[in-house]
Write a protein that binds this ligand. Structure first.
Ligand code: GRG
Length: 332
């Protein structure tokens, strides 16, 4: 990056905090999620069809962490999840969409948050996930054959939550994840790909689920993660990029799994997260002054919970769900 480029980046980063909220606006966020869920005629609702099941998980988990779950319509949500089940045992993002691993994990997470695990087809899900593992241990997300460490994490998380990790080749899965480990301490999508915080979360999470975190240099990985903190206090996904509140989750949860959460400046971090709230509409945006949405809202709230916030339930760093709903399945 040139000197001028660096100065431009630094100016944009620091300017993020001007005139932004400095405390947690719980009531506004709870209302924001309720409104988002009910407003079926909105442009945002129509445009988010291809993400719907994920969106329901983001909203439910945010409400569960805020202890506001009773405001959600459990029966209606369970009915909708059932409509997203496909013949191959997986779940699509919406009715009439093809199945995908990402949304299959969301179906399981939703069922656990709502304490209705009996409403999903566990046996079909296990077969669906098993069929997506490749001989080198990697996973594809669907029949398209694209591999990515995101899909490894999602496959392992799904099977772990169903108590069926024994159904896949776990040793091969670990070997694939370790092939994606870079010399800088981060992980990428595939062997040789650039390190990215989101991928670090997926790989550290995979190793945590399989109890193999000792296979990496935890100090080196934590140092790469801690270096994601920018002058504003926010975290970025990779060097020389702007911070985004969702990285507060991907980075902090990874550090929590590595038992090195204290490597981040907590006060500066919280100031940035609070600044990403919209004090009029509620919800969190990627960064101050942008438009809020459920994706950034759940990860902003979950990140705050990792620092033990008095208004929030404690969140599990691997699954981004409350420890309460996970019970003895909680890992970290
Ligand atoms: C939360 C339990 C749970 C599961 C989700 C799918 C998944 C598992 C994790 C995704 C992790 C990931 C890759 C996050 C990054 C998302 C993101 C904001 C990507 C943006 O990438 P770029 O390249 O942005 O557009 P940067 O910030 O790098 O410029």
């Amino acid at each position: 990056m040139s000197f001028a480029g660096f100065m431009d980046f630094a100016r944009k980063d620091v300017n993020l905090l001007e005139s932004s909220p400095t405390a947690f606006l719980k009531k506004l966020h709870s209302d924001f999620i309720c409104k988002y869920e009910k407003d079926r005629d909105s442009y945002e609702y129509a445009m988010s069809e291809s993400l719907r099941l994920s969106g329901i998980y983001w909203c439910l988990s945010a409400m569960d962490i805020m202890q506001e779950l009773d405001r959600m319509n459990r029966d209606e949500i369970v009915k909708y999840v059932k409509e997203c089940r496909r013949e191959d045992g997986g779940y699509g993002p919406a009715e009439q969409h093809d199945s995908h691993l990402l949304h299959t994990l969301c179906a399981v997470q939703i069922a656990i948050i709502l304490d209705r695990l009996e409403c999903i087809d566990a046996e079909g899900i296990v077969q669906f996930v098993k069929n997506l593992q490749k001989p080198d241990g990697s996973f594809t997300g669907d029949s398209s054959n694209e591999i990515d460490t995101r899909f490894t994490f999602v496959a392992l998380a799904t099977l772990y939550l169903l108590g069926r990790l024994n159904e896949i080749d776990a040793q091969k899965a670990v070997e694939f994840v370790l092939k994606c480990y870079n010399s800088d301490g981060g992980f990428g999508t595939r062997p040789g790909s650039e390190s990215h915080s989101g991928q670090v979360y997926c790989c550290v999470g995979s190793l945590c689920i399989l109890d193999r975190l000792e296979s990496i240099d935890r100090n080196k990985t934590a140092a790469w993660l801690a270096q994601r903190q920018c002058t504003s206090g926010g975290l970025n996904g990779r060097p020389e990029k702007l911070p985004d509140v969702c990285y507060s989750w991907w980075v902090l949860s990874s550090l929590a799994m590595l038992k090195r959460l204290h490597w981040i400046d907590e006060e500066k971090m919280k100031r940035f997260i609070y600044a990403c709230q919209d004090s009029e509409t509620g919800g969190f945006a990627d960064r101050p002054e942008d438009v809020s949405d459920p994706f950034h809202t759940v990860f902003g709230i979950a990140a705050l919970s990792l620092f033990s916030h008095p208004e929030l339930s404690s969140v599990d760093a691997v699954f981004c769900m409350t420890k309460k709903c996970l019970g003895d399945k909680s890992l970290c």
